[in-house]
Design a protein around this ligand. Structure first.
Ligand SMILES: [Zn+2]
Length: 350
């Protein structure tokens, strides 16, 4: 099989290599790769900033946004040949910690979790792959064109699940959400917000084009002003921050309604300094009973929520999120980010 691999922490090491076809262990599915989504984490890994090869190996097979078709399934499993499946990214740590022991490996407490295509286990960026049946999620056969969006959707399924749970701690209102950033994560945050019947606002820098169109087609309001102006217009109860831009993170924390919830999903580079009135931020959070929380990854329950969200979404809206499809042989093109990209997908079957 062909696999897209990198030597972690070595910039420019991405290459397509021939590997022996994988052999499924007991309880595993053998899957033909259909598509692989590329995200910021993949770009970081390819840039040599992040990632871990499996113990004792030099190269890591890249890729965690998966979509494949079952070639063989273990007898007695819920899967059959031809099923469209997505593989879960994270695996619980081997100890396991309390969270992993409770099936909430997205909340792992000791950091010893592993992740397909990121941390110590090969990813889904190959023409064939295997996955434990317990960590595979079947999609409806109609989802072939958009199923690769499952993994990013799970990130927002978790975020919204936690927003609802945090909001339920007392009387709070969740009527309006402001999403900062109209990339794939921000747009998915907006989609799930609209599915929850919230009034949705999205803030991004671009003034025209696909991103504003996608926002408006959700029935949401697009802003390309400052966050202060956007907040003034929409008075959000919830902010989902999806840029990781330090200034926006602090602006978000200071600009909710009382009882507001800010969910941070973007990862910032470190080492950049920002002048912040820490006292004012503290005062705002305390006096308004606000909550700021970070959210990463997803557990099996969130994959179920994400699948339902994708099934309920307008199919053509989802298809428009995928702005480029690139054959595996031209992977370098997929890893080269362009300004007008939303989601770039590598076609593994081509
Ligand atoms: Zn753990």
């Amino acid at each position: 099989m062909k696999a897209l691999t990198v030597i972690p922490l070595q910039p420019g090491s991405a290459s397509l290599v021939d590997l022996p076809d994988p052999e499924p262990s007991e309880g595993e599915l053998l899957v033909d790769g259909v598509a692989l989504g590329i995200c910021g984490t993949d770009i970081e890994i390819v840039s040599g900033e992040y990632g871990w090869a499996p113990p004792g190996e030099e190269r890591l097979v890249l890729g965690h946004e998966s979509l494949g078709r079952v070639r063989t399934a273990p007898s007695g499993s819920d899967f059959a040949e031809g099923d469209l499946v997505v593989g879960v990214v994270r695996r619980p740590d081997p100890v396991p910690c309390g969270a992993c022991g409770a099936g909430q490996f997205d909340m792992c407490l000791n950091g010893e979790y592993t992740e397909r295509g990121i941390k110590q286990i090969h990813g889904y960026g190959s023409t064939m792959w295997t996955v434990e049946a317990d960590y595979a999620v079947r999609l409806d056969a109609s989802m072939e064109s958009v199923g690769v969006l499952m993994e990013p959707t799970t990130i927002l399924a978790k975020a919204w699940d936690h927003i609802a749970r945090i909001g339920a701690r007392a009387y709070t209102e969740q009527k309006r959400v402001l999403v900062t950033g109209a990339g794939p994560i921000g747009l998915m945050a907006a989609l799930l917000g609209s599915q929850r019947q919230l009034e949705v606002h999205v803030l991004d820098r671009v003034e025209s084009g696909l991103k504003p169109d996608l926002v408006r087609d959700l029935g949401a309001t697009y802003h390309h002003t400052s966050i202060e102006e956007a907040v003034g217009e929409c008075e959000p109860d919830v902010i989902i921050e999806a840029t990781g831009v330090g200034q926006l993170v602090f602006d978000a924390m200071s600009n909710t309604r009382p009882g507001g919830i800010v969910c941070l999903t973007g990862v910032s580079p470190t080492g950049r300094e920002l002048t912040v009135d820490a006292g004012a931020v503290n005062r705002e959070l305390v006096l308004e009973n606000d909550v700021v929380f970070g959210s990463v990854n997803a557990n099996l329950r969130h994959y179920e929520i994400a699948r339902d969200a994708l099934m309920a979404a307008d199919r053509s809206w989802l298809e428009r999120l995928i702005t480029r499809r690139v054959p595996l042989s031209e992977f370098a093109d997929a890893l080269d980010r362009r300004d007008d990209d939303v989601k770039v997908v590598i076609d593994l079957a081509a």
